[in-house]
Design a protein around this ligand. Structure first.
Ligand code: SAM
Length: 367
């Protein structure tokens, strides 16, 4: 099949970037999404049973959502953004049409659209899910911005499909079009990280593959959990490493873990068991009352895919301030280049630098 390029940009719905939907300067899609939309429309593929995978804020879903669609999300914020934009465009859908990368599809799919994630492991997890749930005549259309191309994309794709084609660039984006599934022996989607804190398990695509993050290690070395702390929050908990270390020091505490990624939450459930732990798949702290926690610990996120996005930690710090008890302590680690101090100082009356080295700073904050 010849891979043509679009002549014009397709007509598009205006999709909002949630939760910053009032800020019109932030775009909720890019030309790789437009390229995928054009490809599917041009080849008249949208009536096939299909998967829409890793849609950022709902651009692809808003165009294609029908009874034939299943949407694969991994972030709670992503799910909420897609639902918001579907409602905005008066699209009907059912909760059963949303699944995670760990779920099977209801029936075999013939088309899959993937917005390629920054994490190549996550890309592979998506391909494995498609491969397990596809017809032999499946077409997989993957969109990405050319500047993020790596030969690894082709290598991973060719682990699962015999036919791997790449388009020329269009408006700085490209597509990979995959077909003819290979006979595959599936690899485990869970990996082990051996560390001085024990073996940590995590699903592919979870933060810090293969080792405990260096910022996290620095934070652990400098932990000073108040003796009387009995309600603790691991904010942006990933595989649960911080909660695990805290439990080793404070086995009587109730420890809540919050993460936006379902793969992170499911990973932490593999590492922590028992009545001390409470798992929350969410990207905010609305479910907690004010003054709930004695101690909050975090290695907070500051990336949204390839972009640095400081609105993310800012929102988490504001939430942490609300749920911290009056005598509580919020401790976090940051890369030195991130200017968190003024942000924290606006929210907390006391912000101390507890430890620092050439790369990282640990802050300790009190109301
Ligand atoms: C820097 S990692 C830290 C993970 C883990 N605590 C560790 O130290 O290895 C940040 C985590 O924040 C999560 N995350 C991103 N945005 C979030 C949000 N709005 N709310 C909660 N978690 C979020 C990511 O999924 C990721 O697991």
């Amino acid at each position: 099949m010849t891979l043509h390029l679009p002549q014009n940009s397709p007509t598009v719905y205006s999709v909002k970037r949630v939760p910053d939907y009032k800020n019109n300067s932030l775009k909720a899609w890019n030309t790789s999404d437009e390229f995928m939309l054009w490809y599917v429309t041009h080849h008249k593929l949208s009536s096939l049973p299909h998967l829409i995978i890793n849609d950022a804020f709902g651009y692809l879903s808003s165009h294609f959502m029908s009874d034939n669609s299943t949407v694969v999300y991994h972030l709670k914020s992503q799910l909420e953004a897609i639902e918001f934009n579907l409602k905005l465009h008066l699209k009907t859908f059912t909760p059963q049409q949303f699944i995670t990368p760990l779920d099977p599809t209801k029936s075999k799919v013939q088309l899959a659209l993937i917005k390629i994630p920054k994490s190549l492991e996550l890309f592979e997890l998506f391909l494995q899910q498609i491969h397990q749930n596809s017809d032999s005549n499946i077409t997989v259309v993957c969109g990405f911005m050319t500047k993020y191309f790596t030969p690894q994309l082709l290598k991973i794709a060719s682990n699962y499909f015999n036919d791997v084609k790449q388009t020329k660039a269009w408006k700085k984006s490209r597509l990979l079009v995959l077909s003819v599934p290979k006979q595959v022996k599936y690899q485990s989607i869970i990996q082990d990280i051996r560390s001085e804190y024990g073996t940590i398990k995590q699903y592919k695509g979870v933060f810090s593959s293969g080792h405990i993050d260096y910022a996290t290690q620095f934070l652990i070395k400098n932990l000073a959990i108040p003796q009387q702390a009995d309600t603790i929050l691991d904010l942006a908990s990933g595989n649960g490493i911080l909660a695990k270390v805290i439990y080793q020091k404070h086995p009587k505490a109730n420890i809540h873990l919050v993460d936006d990624s379902i793969l992170a939450i499911k990973s932490s459930e593999l590492n922590l068991s028992g009545q001390s732990f409470y798992f929350h798949h969410t990207h905010h702290l609305d479910e907690f009352n004010t003054n709930t926690f004695d101690y909050i610990i975090s290695n907070p996120p500051f990336h949204l895919e390839h972009e640095i996005d400081l609105s993310l930690p800012k929102r988490l710090f504001t939430n942490a301030q609300r749920v911290l008890k009056p005598n509580g302590i919020f401790e976090l680690v940051a890369n030195r280049h991130l200017k968190y101090y003024p942000i924290l100082k606006r929210l907390f009356s006391r912000v101390d630098v507890k430890a620092q080295n050439a790369k990282f700073i640990v802050y300790s904050c009190r109301l």
